[in-house]
Design a protein around this ligand. Structure first.
Ligand code: NAD
Ligand code: UDP
Length: 316
């Protein structure tokens, strides 16, 4: 069996932990690197007994060396609350982290995949968003440390590819949810579910008419693995997301229905630069990866609600 050695930065985070599990199940050796800023050992505890799994505490702002065949670069806080907590650190993680990981990939001749984001489209003026759209991003706002950090990382990936023939892959991830999200993450799905389960008010930012497209984590992980397996000449970027589009009011009502909660909706100010709409065009993913999402919102929410319900019961 051809057991690949795979490095996952941010492997103890929400998406990273699912990716570690999937790649181990596929028969690979996985090295998880994380500084545990937003990730948690709890997410990877069940993998610790696997002899082909190893976790190392390391901050990717600093160089890292290991002998691997593939690198998935996920390390970066992803929720607005957490990436704005230390904005300078966020941009350092995206930019210096990308340089360190690309340098490693160059030396090892390893393939490297970047977890980019729909945030590179900013507050989009084109709808739905295609990869060819260059975006509408505020370079000096409170979301810029994340949006521009991720945009610069994409630039670095393409420059290492053109200049040093590094085999790069870029995927642009649209809002993803599922088990292992941090209950204090601050993103909308985890906030609404935790609030509904606790019977607390559900906080709608703005009037709740803004839209997002929500992808279940299993669908994303499948797309990531398929992307890594594409021909060396194919770099992306490729959108991965679920084109179903929902307003935040619709999401809140669905969460209330599925939890049977008595929570009420309350309205809070809309954070600045909050995009009004988001919906991926996934034509390229369908064509190049033979992929499309399988889990629709209701089904994914049921699984996520079950996860948070168990988690909250453990902590009472
Ligand atoms: P997460 O916060 O759960 O995971 C990020 C992980 O990176 C955490 O384990 C954190 O501790 C680690 N990390 C942060 N800074 C680090 C550093 N300097 N060095 C080492 N580790 C560090 O978030 P997530 O939702 O799992 O996101 C994973 C990746 O996917 C991120 O790069 C994010 O930008 C991207 N992404 C996520 C979404 C989404 O909806 N979840 C959407 C678009 C892009
Ligand atoms: N949002 C909300 N209530 C919350 C958290 C978020 O209404 O408790 C809104 C937020 O303003 C945004 C949408 O939900 O319009 C998605 O926010 P999230 O932070 O999950 O992701 P992003 O804005 O990065 O897509």
């Amino acid at each position: 069996m051809n057991r690949k050695k795979i490095l996952i930065t941010g492997g103890a985070g929400f998406i990273g932990s699912h990716l570690c599990e999937k790649l181990l199940n596929d028969g690979n050796e996985v090295l998880c690197v994380d500084n545990y800023f937003t990730g948690s050992k709890d997410n990877i505890l069940h993998l610790m007994d696997n002899p082909y799994f190893e976790a190392i505490r390391h901050d990717i702002v600093h160089p890292f060396t290991a002998d691997v065949d593939e690198i998935y670069n996920l390390a970066c806080p992803a929720s607005p609350v957490h990436y704005q907590y230390n904005a300078i650190k966020t941009i350092k993680t995206s930019v210096m982290g990308a340089i360190n990981m690309l340098g490693l990939a160059k030396r090892l001749k390893a393939k490297i995949l970047q977890a980019s984001t729909s945030e590179v489209y900013g507050d989009p003026q084109v709808h739905p968003q295609q990869e060819s759209y260059w975006g509408n991003v505020n370079p000096i706002g409170i979301r810029s440390c994340y949006d521009e950090g991720k945009r610069c990382a994409e630039t670095l990936f393409m420059d290492y590819h053109r200049q040093n023939n590094v085999r790069v892959k870029i995927i642009r991830i649209f809002n993803t949810y599922g088990p292992n999200m941090n209950p204090n993450d601050g993103r909308v799905v985890s906030n609404f579910i935790v609030q509904a389960l606790k019977g607390e008010d559900i906080t709608i930012y703005g009037d709740g008419s803004q839209t997002r497209s929500f992808q279940y984590v299993d669908d994303l992980v499948e797309a990531m693995v398929r992307m890594m397996a594409t021909n060396d000449s194919f770099t992306g970027p490729v959108n991965t997301g679920n084109p179903g589009e929902f307003t935040m009011i619709e999401l809140a009502n669905l969460v209330i229905e599925l939890t049977g909660s008595k929570s009420k909706l309350v309205f809070r100010p809309l954070p600045s630069d909050d995009p009004k709409q988001r919906k991926p065009d996934i034509t390229l993913a369908k064509e190049s990866l033979g992929w499309e999402p399988k889990v629709q919102l209701k089904e994914g929410l049921i699984k996520t609600i079950e996860y948070f319900d168990n988690l909250l019961k453990q902590h009472v």
